[in-house]
Design a protein around this ligand. Structure first.
Ligand SMILES: NC(=O)c1ccc[n+]([C@@H]2O[C@H](COP(=O)([O-])OP(=O)(O)OC[C@H]3O[C@@H](n4cnc5c(N)ncnc54)[C@H](OP(=O)(O)O)[C@@H]3O)[C@@H](O)[C@H]2O)c1
Length: 270
């Protein structure tokens, strides 16, 4: 099967009853919105419905246009609130409403704390983000860049809903998340959304990944994404605005890799 011909499958998203595409798309640093729109439409036609943005990316307007093109109900939209806007309930709600206005939707599927605000108690920022759920501005809430300790406090601070994911940096060169975050999220039925999953494209030139890929007729990018997806609760969100790259990304789905290759990547310094 050629790159991009197959449809990306779905995964259950944390403790929700939602299933979302096993690969999502990031939007940070898009340069050509025209090219990106083409790549996103192609990805959508091949099953990708998970889109990640944030109030600081300057891409919520773009995602809004994608939503109006592809249909609200067909997409799972994540945005994130920047730490300084978490200081009060009112400010958090204001930030969320501003994001929704740019996205052109009444409610997001998921709103995250982008980074923990280190000048506030975790309990207080979590209650403020929880307000976006109770006010109907997001169907689910989650966190990003939270340690296990911060997640534990966060999970105990909610009253009306649960923290459904932690979005963290996770790729074949940065595997710290495997030590604590992955096992913690697995145990507590939370999703792990893996950002910078192809190390800004740098995985392309890696010799170990190239060698593994040769066995399957796959590229280093495809091998590296396949590696991240082996855990049922992990969803990588590579960013691309290139049609060729999106085809390659989709080709990470629809084949299997042997355990010895996972182990090789797990134990190698890439
Ligand atoms: N929560 C957080 O704090 C946080 C932090 C960072 C990122 N994120 C999210 O995660 C998303 C992804 O992370 P990221 O953008 O940092 O890094 P990434 O997805 O690992 O890498 C993106 C870069 O790789 C290139 N690329 C894409 N596909 C490729 C391919 N097949 N071959 C070679 N190069 C390829 C892209 O260029 P082209 O566009 O030209 O393909 C882009 O320059 C972000 O967009 C954002 O939504 C979240």
């Amino acid at each position: 099967m050629k790159n991009g011909d197959q449809k990306v499958g779905r995964k259950k998203f944390g403790s929700t009853n939602e299933s979302v595409s096993a690969i999502g798309l990031g939007t940070w640093g898009i340069k050509s919105y025209e090219n990106a729109a083409r790549a996103f439409e192609y990805a959508f036609e091949r099953g990708i419905n998970f889109i990640d943005t944030a109030e600081i990316y300057n891409t919520e307007d773009f995602v809004g246009r994608v939503i109006s093109e592809l249909g609200r109900d067909n997409l799972f939209i994540t945005t994130k609130i920047w730490p300084k806007n978490l200081v009060t309930r009112e400010r958090t709600l204001k930030a969320a409403r501003s994001s929704l206005k740019k996205l052109g939707i009444k409610a997001a599927d998921l709103i995250l704390i982008h980074w923990p605000n280190n000048e506030m108690k975790i309990e207080d920022q979590v209650r403020n983000i929880e307000a976006v759920y109770s006010e109907g501005l997001s169907r689910y809430i989650g966190v990003s860049n939270f340690s296990v300790e911060q997640m534990e406090t966060a999970r105990q601070s909610t009253r009306s809903t649960e923290i459904v994911c932690d979005q963290v940096k996770y790729n074949v060169s940065t595997k710290e998340a495997e030590k604590n975050i992955l096992p913690y999220c697995k145990k507590n039925d939370m999703a792990v959304v893996a950002y910078t999953p192809i190390e800004n494209g740098n995985v392309s030139g890696n010799k170990i990944l190239k060698k593994v890929g040769e066995k399957y007729g796959k590229t280093p990018v495809q091998v590296s994404l396949k590696y991240l997806m082996r855990e049922e609760n992990v969803i990588p969100i590579p960013k691309t605005e290139s049609l060729e790259h999106v085809k390659e990304i989709i080709g990470a789905w629809g084949w299997s890799m042997e355990e010895e290759d996972y182990n090789n990547i797990r134990t190698s310094d890439i």
